[in-house]
Design a protein around this ligand. Structure first.
Ligand SMILES: N=CN[C@@H](CCC(=O)O)C(=O)O
Ligand SMILES: [Zn+2]
Length: 412
């Protein structure tokens, strides 16, 4: 199948060279072509340029994009999409004055989701997850990372990872899988966290390697969850078994997790709501991508990651959804991009770079995703008729997407 998109008002993120990430001042630059065309053959971008240079190019399907903007599909590098049920009651409890920490201390939070998931069959878990995934694909997400972490036992963590594996197999979308067994200390190990860490290292990680169930290893490095020492030990074990680190750090406290991530050559450090100057300094010259999750800050009313300080220090920044039942019950990347502009003072160019090419980098896939480049995957969003790309973050909460194409196929 080939698809030709014509008369595109603005074709965004066009890059001739295979740029893998953009940093600092480069993030303000979002290359685009006005009055453009784009040709996708099978699942690959093969040509693009100005309409006047299109010549007699034809395709099996032509889409007229007059007055519409075309951009790469979103690359969401941080989700917990495979969970069971919801935590609406905790949402109400927080409205009525309880904090996230107080709810967790009462046995709610991650432990609440873990209990729910342990009582959910693999089939039911899969059905809930694909429902969410299908909605996200219609909202323009064209590549996604999914974490385990709501199992908290060997059996339940493996159940989640097998569901992710089945999604990878069944759906025409790039999925990266992350093992987050160290998301919270389970009830049964209440007074024996080392016992749980032992299970993670000696049971879960070796099985994950044997069954090829994950690409990455993650830890929730935070007060009351996993300390720097715990995190160090778990990441080292993951690396020994072929898993690349990507960690949750600095959500509520700056403990030094950013430096630890850099030490382990982490692909990304995620959350970063509370950052010290030292955390920013240590990222310079590293390969580690800082990832901000503004929908989480919005939902919990906690600080936003200091995007300006990070970018102005010359660093790259990626944006992701953090879709999960507790802190971010939304995977809508359009909202993420808007919120980054509105609340974090990122320019639309910076936010779109952060949610496409840099998001792809944070999943280790930016050689094939995240920009309009010949040879990359045919993953694009075609908007409704809008005045310019600035309108996308401006019109927050609106759905301005007309069509989504993933791997060369129109999402119905
Ligand atoms: N912070 C750790 N993990 C998730 C949320 C956990 C939960 O409350 O379910 C996050 O990234 O926000
Ligand atoms: Zn998360």
């Amino acid at each position: 199948m080939s698809i030709l998109i014509t008369n595109i008002k603005q074709l965004l993120q066009t890059r001739n060279h295979n740029v893998l990430k953009v940093s600092g001042k480069e993030m303000k630059d979002l290359p685009f072509i006005e009055n453009a065309y784009l040709l996708i053959e099978h699942d690959t971008i093969v040509e693009f340029g100005k309409m006047e240079d299109m010549g007699d190019t034809i395709a099996e399907k032509t889409i007229d994009a007059t007055n519409k903007v075309v951009l790469p599909a979103w690359c969401d590098s941080h989700t917990h999409l495979v969970y069971s049920g919801n935590r609406v009651q905790e949402f109400i409890d927080r409205i009525n004055g309880l904090s996230y920490e107080e709810i967790a201390n009462r046995g709610g939070g991650i432990l609440n989701s873990a209990e729910n998931l342990q009582n959910t069959t693999e089939d039911e878990l899969y059905n809930q997850a694909i429902n969410r995934l299908q909605n996200l694909m219609k909202l323009g997400t064209g590549a996604i990372e999914i974490k385990s972490g709501y199992g908290l036992s060997t059996e339940a963590e493996l159940k989640i990872l097998r569901v992710i594996k089945k999604i990878k197999h069944d759906y025409n979308i790039l999925v990266k899988s992350t093992f987050l067994g160290a998301h919270a200390n389970p009830k049964m190990y209440k007074d024996n966290k080392d016992g749980y860490i032992d299970d993670i290292i000696n049971q879960m990680i070796p099985t994950i390697e044997k069954e090829q169930l994950a690409n990455y290893i993650d830890v929730f490095c935070e007060k009351g969850y996993f300390s720097l020492e715990d995190t160090d030990k778990i990441l080292a074990a993951g690396v020994k078994h072929g898993l690349t680190p990507k960690i949750h750090v600095n959500q509520f406290d700056a403990l030094g997790g950013v430096a630890l991530g850099v030490k382990h050559n982490a692909l990304s450090v995620d959350h970063l709501e509370i950052m010290t100057p030292k955390d920013i300094e240590v990222l310079k010259g590293s390969r580690t991508m800082p990832v901000a999750l503004p929908s989480c800050s919005y939902f919990l009313s906690i600080p936003y990651a200091p995007a300006r300080a990070i970018i102005d220090a010359g660093l790259p920044l990626a944006l992701a959804s953090d879709y999960n039942p507790g802190t971010t019950p939304s995977g809508n990347m359009n909202f993420v991009v808007s919120t980054a502009c509105i609340k974090m003072k990122m320019t639309p160019e910076e936010a779109i770079n952060a949610a496409t090419i840099n998001g792809a980098y944070a999943m280790g896939i930016s050689n094939m995703y995240g920009s309009i480049t010949r040879g990359k995957k045919g993953n694009v969003i075609i908007t409704e008729e809008i005045p310019s790309y600035n309108y996308l973050p401006y019109a927050f909460g609106d759905n301005n997407i007309d069509t989504v194409i993933i791997h060369g196929k129109v999402i119905e």
